[in-house]
Design a protein around this ligand. Structure first.
Ligand code: UDX
Length: 419
């Protein structure tokens, strides 16, 4: 049903965040144009095909119409533009803002032709101060253009659900008028208690602090787990006991081989670098990242207790994705594990129901095979917590478990990485 109060929105950058934002607002009755520089991606979206692995998006894209295009001029048909372009990391971990800057400059040039009011919303994850120092100045000669920050808190795999039922909506604004216009788009998505209105840089910081805290929680429980392992204590029981305290919370306390993905490692590193830039060296963040680098390598230490020399041994890997439910391997803990095994001269074979094609691009030299072949290796390492791994028969295998797969405890030899 057409929403008569629907607004004309353009979304610039159609990765998971941009596409979810586009589809989410279209579901709310707004008219959405999606813009991306990759023609194949645009073609798919224009035809209602989801180029990402997000399941709910696939279904929703069949129901809504996104006017997808590579032509930036289409922003002129909208009143509100969301910047959802990527913010990759530089080699030193700091954030690379060139796409945000480029998109803002291009937008400013076009908006000069428009002449009517327009709201630019920064939804890409950018370090505090970016919108004020890099984005807003592009529009300084356009008094009818407002700028807001509206960070997303979407988890891969449940992105659309997270958009439609958000834990909070953060509106970073420089003037109430623009914040009201942005909030209007969400019409009834969240109750007023979970809407936060702040200045621009605070909104940017909320996003970074949230992701850095989640990363810290994981590294914290991994550290407790490492101590538990030495003491013969089950860290999962400990986490359950801790989680009953509302101040701690039960989520994000799964000990294992650490966090991967495109957000937690990158955002924690970028925040650390931003802190250093101000002259303050963040100590906790530094250790969170260091522990996350070391944690996957514990698998090899445990493996070597049972197989002291890995040279020419066949080692199987179960799981390559950075978490279950995705084919995404960015910063997957499988990467340092496979690198370390190859360095030790092991022959690696691996299985993942979704992520093998992506991993193969990075590691063409290892063997990709079925579950049975992996389990027939000299030892098996469990790297991703796919549900299906709980239905396997491990009874003839040596297993080093990085993700707490209960069925694997029945292996011939079993070592949990922190339990
Ligand atoms: C994360 C944030 O959760 C989300 O709010 C933000 O917007 C983007 O970054 P995502 O990258 O999809 O989302 O991954 P997430 O589900 O948070 O998991 C990140 C990593 O942490 C995974 O590798 C996962 O295996 C690991 N993890 C998570 C643990 O090791 N233990 C836990 O208890 C939770």
């Amino acid at each position: 049903m057409e929403n008569l109060t629907g607004k004309a929105i353009s979304v610039i950058g159609l990765g998971v965040v941009g596409l979810t934002t586009a589809v989410g607002f279209a579901l709310k009755g707004h008219r959405v144009t999606g813009i991306d520089i990759v023609p194949e991606k645009v073609m798919k979206i224009a035809n209602g095909v989801n180029p990402t692995y997000e399941k709910e998006l696939t279904e929703a894209l069949r129901r809504v119409k996104i006017n997808a295009t590579t032509d930036f001029h289409h922003v002129l048909g909208s009143d509100i533009s969301f910047l959802c372009v990527g913010t990759p990391d530089n080699a030193d971990g700091s954030i690379d803002l060139r796409y945000v800057k480029g998109a803002a400059e291009q937008l400013a040039q076009l908006l000069m032709e428009k002449g009517t009011s327009h709201l630019v919303v920064v939804r890409s994850t950018v370090v505090p101060g970016t919108t004020e120092k890099i984005v807003a100045p592009c529009f300084k000669d356009l008094p009818e253009v407002g700028v807001c920050v509206n960070p997303e808190f979407l988890q891969e795999g449940t992105a659309l659900e997270d958009f439609l039922t958000p834990s909070r909506i953060v509106i970073g604004e420089d003037g109430r008028r623009w914040g009201d216009m942005l909030l209007d788009l969400y019409n009834g998505t969240a109750d007023s208690s979970s809407v936060l209105r702040t200045d621009l840089r605070t909104a940017e910081m909320i996003k970074y602090a949230s992701n850095a805290f989640l990363a810290t929680k994981v590294s914290f429980i991994n550290e407790i787990g490492n101590i538990c392992k030495e003491l013969g204590i089950d860290v999962y029981e400990v986490a359950r006991g801790m989680g009953h305290d509302n101040r701690i919370g039960k989520d994000f306390l799964k000990a294992g081989i650490g966090f991967g993905g495109f957000c937690l490692p990158k955002d924690t590193a970028a925040l650390m670098m931003k802190g250093k830039e101000t002259g303050y060296t963040p100590k906790i963040l530094q250790e969170v990242l260091q522990l996350n680098r070391e944690q996957p390598l514990r698998m090899l230490e445990l493996l070597k207790i049972h197989i002291p020399s890995l040279s020419n041994k066949v080692i199987g890997i179960l799981g390559l994705a950075f978490k279950p439910g995705t084919d995404d391997i960015r910063e997957s803990r499988a990467i340092p594990v496979v690198e370390a095994l190859l360095k030790e001269g092991a022959r690696v074979r691996a299985f993942d129901s979704q992520a093998m094609p992506n991993f193969q691009k990075l590691f063409p030299q290892i063997e990709y095979c079925g579950v049975d072949e992996v389990l027939a290796s000299d030892a098996t390492l469990i790297v991703t917590a796919w549900d299906e791994f709980n239905r396997l028969d491990y009874s003839n295998s040596i297993v080093i478990d990085g993700r707490r797969i209960d069925a694997a405890k029945r292996a011939q030899i079993y070592e949990g990485v922190c339990w």
